[in-house]
Design a protein around this ligand. Structure first.
Ligand SMILES: [Zn+2]
Length: 147
């Protein structure tokens, strides 16, 4: 049991606390940093789980990346991929849906691809979600090269 951020050895209580609050193996310092991020940005805990899932797969991503108009849950700048986590999928209203579509349109115009991932996918299918994102990145990479 080591911290996914700094490789520090975690003791039992540190590990328990991190798994209970974030579901990610982090030392006290790095757990606190993530809790602070959640409080200041309303970051879904699944965004943090996905961030570390991607990190373990060798993907460098950014949490709460400011794109000039809004904060993106996870951004992978190398392939211009933005990932938003939908926390309450069943609550989606038509106003939210059209806002999401407009945001996606603006992102596309700027050369960014936005994908929205329901939080339950990360909860139940983290590995598959990461694998699919790797596939999307590969596709985007080929596409960027083609241009
Ligand atoms: Zn750490």
């Amino acid at each position: 049991m080591t911290c996914l951020e700094c490789n520090k050895q975690l003791d039992h209580s540190e590990h328990k606390l991190a798994m209970e609050s974030l579901g990610v193996e982090l030392c006290q310092a790095h757990r606190k940093r993530m809790v602070k991020l959640i409080e200041s940005h309303k970051t879904p805990v699944e965004a943090i789980q996905l961030y570390y899932g991607l990190k373990e797969a060798g993907v460098t991503a950014m949490l709460e990346w400011w794109d000039g108009t809004k904060s993106i849950d996870i951004a992978i700048s190398r392939v211009k991929l933005n990932i938003e986590i939908d926390a309450e999928y069943h609550m989606l209203t038509h106003e939210q849906a059209i806002n999401d579509l407009e945001e996606a349109m603006h992102s596309f115009k700027n050369g960014f691809t936005t994908i929205r991932i329901p939080h339950v996918l990360i909860k139940y299918y983290l590995k598959e979600t990461v694998n699919n994102i790797l596939g999307i990145m590969e596709g985007l990479r080929v596409h960027i090269k083609a241009i």
